[in-house]
Design a protein around this ligand. Structure first.
Ligand SMILES: Cc1cc2nc3c(=O)[nH]c(=O)nc-3n(C[C@H](O)[C@H](O)[C@H](O)COP(=O)(O)OP(=O)(O)OC[C@H]3O[C@@H](n4cnc5c(N)ncnc54)[C@H](O)[C@@H]3O)c2cc1C
Length: 308
């Protein structure tokens, strides 16, 4: 068993930022980074909205820099995959997939989320070439172009409204006529001349070989198909927080699997903190993950220093 002050689960922007703050407060810190230390940013080659970089920076470059910064400060980063957290008070017992066990005075959960995709075969091939699950991240690359947003919840509507600021036409494709989104947001979109609703429709095929050229949708009532001429398809059908391993723990989760954490990153279990996309319903952006990670690192360090 490895005894440690602070175990951070996740080596994305939230986990790294938490580690930087904690280790600089004198707290011995290990990051269990899982199978893909670096997180979701590794899936993107161009980030233009992380403050501090004049030119776009690649996801790998930014995460490589964060990992090197953590290591320079004395943080150990492993590829341990955590499967279980036990205990109702400090110290907590953490079990990894390979059987390794940690005893940690405090824990930061920063395990991120995974976008939900449609499951179309062309979707993966055209990711980054017009297919995206993040309008905030990739919408800017679609300025002046016609795009489609798929979904019927708040995210889909907010994405459509956001994209309508710089796209001449935005199709909002939804499988039903009713929406889960707030009525106010729905009405804003309904009255926006650039947004056209395509209802009772499910995406059948994303058209294009090297870039998106269209979206084929099927009307679920008539069975008819039609091709929307779009250069971008934004999939807004939700994200899955990577929190399954917490279901046997005493850390409370919301119905959608997000970790319940307050605005100072405290979960429902004293000594365990959460940051980044695994606890974020609204933003899911790297800079926000890093910001909440910083809060979690500060709070975890204070907790550890109080329990020495
Ligand atoms: C294609 C794409 C493009 C994006 N573009 C942008 C952009 O341009 N700008 C922007 O701000 N944001 C962008 N985002 C969103 C951004 O990547 C996320 O908001 C951010 O990475 C969240 O950081 P995080 O640290 O919370 O989680 P993540 O980055 O998801 O990191 C989670 C970490 O937890 C680890 N982990 C998960 N489960 C376990 C476990 N059980 N045990 C151990 N480790 C575990 C993972 O391996 C990983 O290391 C993009 C996302 C995607 C998918």
């Amino acid at each position: 068993m490895t005894e440690i002050d602070l175990l951070i689960i996740g080596a994305g922007p939230a986990g790294c930022s938490a580690a930087i703050y904690a280790v600089r407060a004198g707290v011995k810190t290990i990051i269990a980074g899982g199978a893909a230390p670096g997180g979701q940013l590794l899936q993107t080659s161009e980030i233009e909205n992380y403050a501090g970089f004049v030119n776009p920076i690649g996801g790998f470059e930014i995460m490589d820099a964060m990992h090197k910064q953590c290591k320079r400060l004395g943080v150990e980063i492993t590829s341990d995959e955590v499967v279980k957290i036990e205990g109702e008070k400090t110290p907590f017992t953490v079990t990894c997939a390979d059987g390794k066990i940690y005893s940690a005075k405090s824990i930061v959960i920063a395990t991120g989320a995974k976008a939900r995709w449609l499951g179309l075969t062309e979707e993966e091939k055209l990711r980054g070439k017009g297919v995206s699950a993040c309008a905030t991240c990739d919408g800017f690359f679609m300025r002046g172009k016609t795009v489609a947003v798929v979904g019927g919840g708040n995210t889909a509507f907010e994405d459509a409204l956001f994209l309508s600021q710089f796209c001449p036409k935005v199709y909002l494709v939804h499988r039903r006529e009713g929406f889960r989104a707030d009525q106010v947001t729905v009405e804003l979109a309904r009255h926006n001349p650039k947004i056209e609703f395509v209802l009772n429709a499910v995406p059948e095929k994303i058209l294009g070989t090297d870039a998106v050229e269209g979206l084929r949708v099927k009307n679920v009532q008539t069975g008819e198909t039609k091709d929307l001429a779009v250069s971008g398809v934004f999939v807004a059908i939700g994200a899955v927080p990577q929190t399954d391993f917490l279901k046997t723990s005493l850390v409370a989760l919301a119905d959608d699997g997000l970790v319940l954490a307050d605005d100072r990153a405290h979960t429902t279990l004293e000594g365990i903190f959460a940051a980044g996309d695994c606890a974020d319903k609204h933003y899911r952006q790297a800079i926000i993950a890093a910001g909440t990670g910083a809060k979690a690192g500060i709070e975890a360090a204070a907790f550890v220093n109080k329990h020495r």
